[in-house]
Ligand binder design. Structure first.
Ligand code: C2E
Ligand code: CA
Ligand code: CA
Length: 271
């Protein structure tokens, strides 16, 4: 336990410094539409290069950042950085006219009273239209302070920003809560995608999630697609948007042109 607490403290102290030391960066994972054969967007994911300690996984430092509140400045930085990159890709002609970026947002950020302002300022500073930004939130934001979260998401929606529910199916949200939330996209968690086999398996569960998303008027993205078999099953269930290692690992902002060209010209995700 002492070791664990020390490790945590260690992360916490270093995290405060990480932003000003330029140790935090974003990588971007393409989301494709298999029917259209194009890259429709990128999910921006944080990486922390901690010198001699190597690259720390967000699975390790995001929970600490959430607990300590550092996620608020970190998250604001990520929003602006992701939008600035998208602006650069747009200007350089690296991506299509409708390409979007998706940024993960923690409950703590959403519950911060300045969040809506932070988002709208990031949009105006980067010059990216609001409908090119997706915010990914998990079911947990609906549970802790639903009224505050609901109000922030409604305001963001009215700016034109869209909201995706992340890791769908792993949380505890009720259908009635989901219905009250302005959600335009559902992301099927990797755990369910992972179970998809040509001969059955979790088809009915995924089919139900897709039907539910449709009834909410939301589109569907499958996460963590690793095999052609999973991709085929998803297509047969009418899910045509996907991201995962089969398509591409997350890449740096500078690799985006190359990855879009590769994915759109010789689609490796097809047999
Ligand atoms: P997430 O939002 O569910 O992001 C997807 C995670 O799955 C990413 O891990 C991605 O690299 C990984 N992934 C993508 N395709 C595959 C695949 O085919 N197979 C497998 N096994 N994994 C795949 P990553 O980058 O380590 O991020 C972990 C989590 O950390 C994210 O999960 C998200 O919850 C959180 N996170 C990352 N960046 C941010 C951020 O900027 N803000 C906040 N609040 N959270 C972030
Ligand atoms: Ca996500
Ligand atoms: Ca996810």
């Amino acid at each position: 336990m002492v070791e664990r607490v020390t490790h945590r403290l260690d992360i916490e102290t270093a995290l405060y410094r990480a932003l000003e030391r330029d140790e935090v960066r974003l990588v971007h994972q393409p989301i494709i539409d298999t029917r259209l054969g194009i890259v429709v967007g990128f999910e921006s994911l944080m990486r922390w290069d901690r010198g001699d300690s190597g690259t720390v996984s967000p699975a390790e430092f995001i929970p600490v950042a959430e607990e300590t509140g550092t996620i608020v400045p970190l998250g604001s930085w990520a929003l602006l950085d992701a939008l600035t990159s998208l602006r650069q890709w747009m200007d350089a002609g690296w991506c299509g006219a409708g390409t979007t970026v998706s940024v993960n947002v923690s409950a703590r950020q959403l519950h911060d009273p300045t969040f809506v302002t932070v988002v709208s300022e990031a949009l105006s500073r980067s010059g990216v239209p609001a409908d090119r930004l997706w915010l990914e939130v998990t079911e947990s934001v609906m549970i802790s302070e639903p009224t505050q979260a609901l109000s922030a998401l409604r305001q963001l929606n009215s700016l034109g920003v869209r909201v995706a529910i992340d890791d769908f199916g792993t949380g505890y949200s009720s259908l009635s809560l989901l219905q009250r939330f302005p959600i335009q996209r559902v992301k099927i968690d990797r755990a369910f995608v992972n179970e998809l086999r040509a001969d059955g398996g979790s088809h009915s569960l995924v089919r139900t999630i897709i039907a539910m998303a449709e009834s909410l008027g939301a589109d569907v993205v499958a996460e963590g697609v690793e095999t052609v078999e999973q991709m085929d099953v998803l297509a047969s269930l009418q899910c045509h948007k996907a991201q995962g290692y089969l398509i591409s690992h997350p890449v740096t902002a500078g690799q985006v042109a190359e990855v879009v060209a590769r994915l759109e010209e010789s689609p490796a995700w097809r047999r």
